[in-house]
Ligand binder design. Structure first.
Ligand SMILES: CC(C)(COP(=O)(O)OP(=O)(O)OC[C@H]1O[C@@H](n2cnc3c(N)ncnc32)[C@H](O)[C@@H]1OP(=O)(O)O)[C@@H](O)C(=O)NCCC(=O)NCCS
Length: 240
């Protein structure tokens, strides 16, 4: 039977870096190869001190038992002021403290924190075996090779989109819409290495036969799908 532990959770400060680094290295060793561990130096300090990242630390009996790390996210080349969604890069609980609800507490903390900052959606690249962990928290876990695109209701913001990694360890996209009335999500099959391109094509396809959807799209999205999503015509003018 699962026994639930109430861990105390606080926002990480630069002072937590030293105790978080071993957890990061244990659970996300590939991060080191990808350009360095987040907690292995002072570069992360301003993110923590100014609360740009959403980074809860869970403690049990004054010992660090787990942490999560999320930061503002948008597709490459997106205007910085439109980084209103978050990517949850890490959630980890020390092995001896797992299965007591602490991982769930950490994700809930991030959700409440970023919702409070006006964020509409959190995204994560997750392993297939954690589908039940995320779906139990009300997140949607997409099938393999499936990307997520979304537009923002009532705001002239370009399409945001992301695809899962090729790396089988992080082969699924998971997300939660914190304000479902503000975002219109759709999925697409990954075709290229450019998620926004795949998403624009898919949205163009959906909008082609749906006048209500077409009318609801922000002007900038209509322009985007006009460029990326024009139907491909064959030698006889047919849509291929
Ligand atoms: C994933 C992780 C953070 C979960 O933390 P936790 O404190 O053990 O999770 P919880 O106790 O809140 O579990 C909640 C539910 O998810 C399920 N779950 C948790 N870990 C799981 C796992 N490794 N595999 C399958 N299901 C899991 C639990 O069974 C539980 O379901 P229940 O309430 O129906 O019993 C923890 O296992 C971990 O640190 N894993 C290694 C690092 C990692 O893979 N992080 C995820 C990166 S995306």
């Amino acid at each position: 039977m699962l026994s639930l532990m109430t861990a105390s959770i606080v926002a990480a400060s630069p002072g937590h870096r030293e105790s978080l680094l071993p957890l990061e290295q244990e659970f996300f060793p590939e991060a080191g190869a990808d350009g360095g561990f987040v907690f292995d130096g002072p570069a992360v300090d301003p993110l923590l001190a100014q609360r740009k990242a959403s980074a809860p630390v869970a403690s049990v009996d004054s010992q660090v038992a787990g942490f999560a790390f999320a930061q503002p996210w948008a597709p490459r080349n997106f205007p910085r002021d439109l980084y209103t969604d978050f990517i949850l890069s890490y959630v980890a609980v020390a092995r001896e403290q797992q299965n007591q609800g602490i991982g769930s507490q950490l994700v809930r903390w991030v959700e409440a924190d970023v919702r409070g900052r006006g964020s509409n959606l959190i995204l994560a690249h997750v392993p297939a075996h954690l589908e039940t962990f995320y779906s139990g928290l009300g997140w949607t876990v997409l099938p393999e090779r499936t990307g997520l695109g979304w537009t923002q209701n009532g705001a002239d913001v370009p399409i945001k989109a992301d695809s899962p990694d090729d790396d089988p360890r992080w082969s699924r996209l998971a997300y939660i819409a914190l304000r479902p009335e503000k975002v219109e999500t759709f999925t697409f099959v990954v075709n290229t290495t450019k998620p926004v391109l795949d998403a624009a094509r898919r949205l163009a396809e959906l909008a082609r036969n749906d006048s209500e959807l077409r009318a609801s799209l922000p002007a900038i999205v209509t322009a985007q799908i006009g460029v990326f999503g024009a139907p491909v015509r064959g030698a006889f003018g047919q849509i291929v």
